[in-house]
Design a protein around this ligand. Structure first.
Ligand code: HEM
Length: 161
């Protein structure tokens, strides 16, 4: 295999590791957030979560670039394999869910900030609960999708080709 091919495979693995790390870190901090007793604690944990979340568009880009690199290395096109088509569809769904999580998290951070300053709208508590529920639901789905992507990749590698 050419050196460029080895590099794209390595980047693909690094990107996968980054995804797993983001998931695990997000879950650990998310659990702490759930347990937080007051707004100040919540705001601090949301600040901790922010850079973790911001890593995910970088990981998405890395996966797309290195994935296309892998396709080039292995001389395959999208039309060749069902597992690859399915993998890309699941990946796209996961990426869209990731964008949703990002948007809701941003709104949630702003809301908690306003609540801390006493400038929150009247139904702030209810809105915060809604955001918390949405983020919790979406962050439960993404590890499942990641696992499906991983299974499809292993299947492809082991002879689905
Ligand atoms: C979270 C997203 C992804 C994960 C976790 C993931 C994971 C993996 C893994 C574990 C492999 C096996 C590496 C090996 O062959 O040694 C692989 C291979 C590959 N991936 Fe991905 N991948 C992801 C996204 C993508 C995307 C978006 C594309 C396409 C644009 C892609 C295209 C490929 C290709 C072409 C291979 C080589 C398959 C072969 O061995 O014939 N991947 N991926």
């Amino acid at each position: 295999m050419e050196i460029a091919g080895q590099i794209t495979l390595l980047l693909h693995f690094i990107g996968m590791g980054l995804f797993v790390a983001i998931q695990v870190a997000g879950m650990v901090v998310g659990k702490q957030y759930k347990k937080a007793q007051n707004l100040q604690e919540k705001a601090t944990l949301l600040k901790v979560m922010r850079p973790i979340g911001l890593l995910s568009p970088i990981a998405v880009l890395l996966m797309i670039i290195s994935g296309v690199g892998n396709m080039h290395t292995f001389q395959i096109t999208l039309a060749d394999f069902g597992w690859l088509q399915l993998k890309i569809v699941v990946f796209a769904i996961a990426a869209i869910i990731g964008i949703f999580i990002g948007i809701i998290s941003k709104k949630r951070g702003m809301l908690v900030g306003m609540m801390l300053q006493g400038k929150a709208p009247a139904d702030a508590e209810k809105t915060l609960r809604k955001y918390d529920g949405q983020v919790a639901l979406f962050t439960m789905i993404t590890p499942i999708l990641l696992l499906v992507i991983l299974c499809l990749s292993v299947y492809g590698r082991l002879g689905g080709q």
